[in-house]
Design a protein around this ligand. Sequence first.
Ligand code: HEM
Length: 156
Amino acid sequence: MGFSEAQEELVLRSWKAMKPDSESIALKFFLRIFEIAPAAKPMFPFLREAGEDAPLESHPKLKAHAVTVFVMACESATQLRKTGDVKVREATLRRLGATHVKAGVADAHFEVVKTALLDTIEGAVPEMWTPEMKGAWEEAYDQLAAAIKEEMKIAA
Ligand code: HEM
């Protein structure tokens, strides 16, 4: 399962352009998830606690999750080319599997998050966006998601 140098370059170039603004882009990314799938909302315990009507952008944990997913997809892209494998520390991956099982995350949610991520990057760097760039981010995300899902099977 190759991740080419050209793909890595596309992910890194767009990441570099987004980085100074990564917090607000990450927030848009998470708001997009709930636009596509409002049903994902109650999965986040910190959203449930705050009540249905609390504005999403006021949740620091939500922002943190968005930034993490964003950064991890980018990091996984660089690792993919170097090692041909997703490199998230063993302990982290194990914990991620357990957390997402506990939260009731299913395959369909990973698809929603993927669409939201791609939409958000397209919106953030429209001048750079090409089918090749989309493909590179897709590949990076898919491999990261596959690694988490694998751990989820073990944790379930
Ligand atoms: C928690 C990453 C996809 C829902 C977390 C945490 C990380 C993370 C780092 C913090 C907890 C821990 O370290 O165990 C990721 C990555 C994803 C992904 C890299 C995709 C590649 C998803 C999806 C959903 C989701 C698809 C479902 C909508 C949650 C929930 C929590 C969580 C509900 C617990 C939040 C809390 O209560 O603090 N995720 N996640 N994640 N994630 Fe994800």
